[in-house]
Unconditional design. Structure first.
Lengths: 235, 589
């Protein structure tokens, strides 16, 4: 599977393909359909839409520990996971616009009864990052992003296990952060993460190919083709 | 003041599978029919077209085709003394929304009930004695027999284009099919689909142990097909975007693919979207309905739609909610055991074993919603309830439906949830696992029911519906029995690593992880009006011009996925309407 970047490719940002109804595979679609793309900027030049400077620093640092760079496969940074998270929080996911958010709320209810906080995901990130940075400053004299990686891992483990306590309204913070990080790693690149489909190439998921009739009964043979994205990007 | 629209002969509430079936059948009688659908309109193009539909985040994770809890949800608790809280974001089950309903984003599994399941109370008493029935179990017979339903189950299978292998044709057992199924009057319309590697491994292992594997019957076309309405399906290409997605390839059966375009050509049928029915309106004597009131979201006003016949075809949970809000049937009270509306809500008891193989390539992204091989050797009619200590059964199957990496990433037990260890594990194990799943019965119990919530309101100020549901020890004993059988099969395949996931004694219902959208019961059909809302023709006992389709009619759940039964019941009820009720409107029993 090729991890090579396509130097002439500029993935779409928020444009959707508008043409053609039924096609056998995206490989059959002419590339000129994918016009009017806006450029993807390097991660260090990205201007967040929702996260403020401290929040961006936290998300950059935390995602780099949740899916580190180096070793096998891309890290969260190579995959632009922080961009994905910022855009999700800036949009309707961040606002919980599909969810029932009316009161009364019981954020301390048994977790098995589901999401019960009055806060939206965007609010949970905003307040959660603030709480964690305060906790880190009290304990270590520094904000989360400035800690050593091993210390950051300890904080994240504490959040995961509930040893670093957050108010009940924020108790889903780590679950959201980890879930969104993996979403950003594996979602179609049009949402800002999975840059150059690096994560799909790494695991061998062919993305939006979605046509495998001749492969169904070929047993125990690794599928040979790399991924395509919804916008027609190939790797 | 509410707008009043001109009267219709028939108003249909909800335009999914059953709304489309009833619309089509009654349109052929020349009646003026209006279907009211609270969601938006949807069609294969543009709503499910390629490549946009191949978007795991939008459809698989953010549930773009599903009901929005912000617009409609319910509250849930596990026990009578717990405070129910809103199901604020989707998790355990995923009701559909819009034209086509859950018939768009289902997997296509299409089963028939076993003859024994339709007379389960009588069967249990005759074979194993009354003492095998737990004191709190509401075990009932369906008021229809397998023989009654067979022509109608068959009809739905031929409308929805089922691929599969018959196991019992007119009493003759056919090799390669399910030998434990009820007799079919004719073969399935399409041959089975090819099977993927994991399904084949499972089938070979099961066969070696003396079991009877057969391909899963599904509304996934293995060849091009034209049904009785002239609607066309094309052969499936194993795209791996089936459950939670609309089919871009006209291969998965849905109201759109199998019925709606033919129905829309009928001049006496019309439908309105964004039209949310608020209640069924009853005449002062409460013995007949006069029509429905709905909120027209486009006009921004409430409308009274008069009609001679009201057919509820919404999702089962919404039908029960409408019945409770409309005062049809006495609400069920778990303390006294009296009342019928909301009585006997049930779900599905499933379990699974994951098998990890370092050296096998499963290509899990190659799949269909109904892919897989199945054994029914531990189904309802194969278990000795007295010996095993439970009433129930499961089918056991293997077959990948998708390899979408956000939601379908199986890692061995003990893998880290994050960090370098997680990243190494996804690289090492993606595509190297398969699973064996059980899909089993869930009985109805005194304390599992639906009523109106005392606290939470919906956006129209109506009380939300409240679900009280928890796992029951009878069904947990059933799933633990399946665990033993499935682990034996799994071990025979010699996986490098194996992991089982089955409910254990004392398990509490958790609304967060997806389990199944097989929510059944709450407006049971039955012979006794003291225990059921509907008679054997899905007609309300108390209000003869109200018929209610869907799985709410199940007195307890089947071992199987419900859609085949729901479709068969819809054709059964449509037949009664066409051949009897319309000639002389009255209670049919």
């Amino acid at each position: 599977m090729s991890d090579q970047p396509l130097s002439d490719w500029k993935p779409t940002r928020r444009q959707f393909l508008t043409a053609t109804a039924i096609s056998t595979a995206i490989g059959a679609l002419p590339l000129q359909l994918y016009a009017a793309q806006s450029a993807v900027v390097p991660l260090d030049q990205y201007k967040p839409e929702f996260l403020n400077e401290a929040e961006w620093a936290f998300v950059m640092a935390a995602t780099a520990r949740l899916i580190p760079s180096g070793g096998n496969g891309p890290g969260a940074h190579e995959a632009h996971v922080p961009v994905f998270i910022d855009r999700q929080l800036a949009g309707k996911y961040g606002e919980a616009s599909d969810w029932y958010m009316e009161g009364p709320h019981d954020p301390s209810a048994d977790p098995a009864l589901g999401y019960q906080t009055p806060l939206t995901p965007a609010q949970i990130y905003r307040q959660g990052i603030k709480e964690i940075n305060t906790w880190c400053t009290n304990k270590h004299g520094k904000q989360f992003a400035e800690l050593e990686p091993a210390q950051q891992d300890d904080v994240l483990t504490g959040l995961q296990k509930g040893d670093v306590k957050l108010p009940a309204e924020l108790r889903d913070f780590f679950t959201l952060l980890l879930g969104n990080t993996k979403e950003g790693y594996f979602a179609d690149p049009m949402y800002g993460g999975n840059h150059k489909m690096l994560a799909w190439s790494y695991i061998g998921f062919p993305g939006a190919r979605a046509s495998f009739k001749e492969w169904a009964d070929q047993y125990n043979v690794a599928y040979p083709l790399g991924p395509v994205s919804i916008s027609g990007e190939r790797a | 003041m509410a707008r009043k629209d001109p009267k219709k002969d028939v108003v249909i509430v909800g335009l999914g599978w059953t709304g489309a079936i009833l619309g089509m059948e009654l349109a052929q009688e020349g009646l003026e029919i209006l279907a009211l659908e609270r969601g938006e309109d949807r069609d294969t193009v543009p709503d499910f077209k390629y490549p946009n539909i191949a978007d795991e985040l939008k459809y698989g994770v953010r549930y773009d085709l599903m009901q929005r809890p912000s617009a409609s949800t319910l509250t849930i608790r596990r026990t009578l003394d717990e405070t129910a809280l809103p199901y604020r974001q989707l998790g355990s089950f995923l009701p559909g929304n819009g034209v086509g309903g859950a018939g768009i984003h289902w997997n296509g599994h299409t089963w028939r009930p076993q003859p024994e399941e339709l007379r389960l109370r009588s069967y249990t008493i005759e074979r194993f004695g009354k003492q095998t029935i737990p004191e709190d179990m509401l075990l009932e017979d369906y008021p229809v027999s397998y023989e009654d339903l067979e022509p109608h189950l068959d009809r739905f299978e031929h409308v929805a284009g089922i691929s599969g292998q018959a196991g019992n044709l007119r009493g003759k057992i056919i090799p390669g099919g399910n030998p434990f199924e009820g007799a079919r009057s004719r073969d399935l319309p399409l041959p089975p689909m090819p099977q993927t590697y994991d399904a084949n491994l499972f089938a070979e292992a099961a066969k070696a142990m003396g079991y009877h594997p057969f391909p899963r019957p599904g509304s996934i076309a293995s060849k091009s097909y034209v049904n009785e309405y002239g609607m066309q399906m094309g052969p499936c290409n194993f795209c791996g975007f089936c459950e939670r997605f609309g089919c871009y390839n006209y291969s998965k059966g849905s109201p759109q693919v199998c019925i709606l375009d033919a129905l829309k050509r009928k001049p006496n049928f019309s439908y309105k979207t964004d039209s949310e029915v608020l209640r069924v309106e009853l005449a002062p004597d409460k013995k007949t309905a006069t029509g429905v009131s709905y909120f027209d979201h486009k006009a921004g006003e409430e409308v009274f739609q008069p009609a001679d016949l009201v057919i509820l075809c919404a999702y089962s949970l919404h039908n029960v909610h409408l019945l409770l809000l409309s005062g049809i049937g006495q609400p069920y009270d778990p303390v006294t055991g009296e009342g019928v509306t909301g009585r006997g809500y049930a779900y599905q008891m499933n379990g699974g074993v994951k098998l990890f193989f370092k050296d096998k390539h499963f290509n899990p992204f190659i799949g269909t919603g109904s892919n897989g091989m199945v054994i029914d050797d531990f189904g309802m009619n194969q278990i000795d309830y007295a010996r095993e200590g439970f009433i129930g059964g499961s089918y056991i199957s293997t077959g990948t439906t998708n390899g979408q990496p956000i939601r379908s990433m199986s890692l061995p037990p003990g893998s880290p949830a994050w960090g370098q260890g997680w990243k190494d594990a996804v690289g090492e194990w993606y595509g190297h696992s398969m699973s064996i799943g059980s899909h089993g019965s869930c009985m109805s119990y005194r304390n599992c029911y639906l009523d109106l919530d005392p606290t939470y309101k919906d956006r129209f100020g109506r009380p939300m519906m409240r679900m009280t549901f928890n796992w029951n020890e009878n069904d947990i004993r059933m799933t633990q029995f399946m665990r033993v059988k499935m682990e034996e099969i799994a071990k025979s395949l010699n996986p490098d690593i194996m992991q089982s996931s089955f409910k254990k004694s004392g398990a509490m219902y958790d609304v967060r992880p997806y389990q199944t959208t097989h929510n059944v019961g709450g407006n049971a059909m039955g012979a006794d009006p003291k225990k059921s809302v509907l008679n054997r023709y899905l007609q309300a006992h108390d209000v003869h011009n109200v018929f209610v389709m869907g799985a709410g009619a199940f007195p307890q759940n089947l071992e199987y996925n419900p859609t085949g039964m729901v479709g068969g019941l819809a054709y059964w009820a449509a037949h009664a309407l066409r051949t009897d009720y319309l000639r002389q409107p009255r209670s049919l029993v």
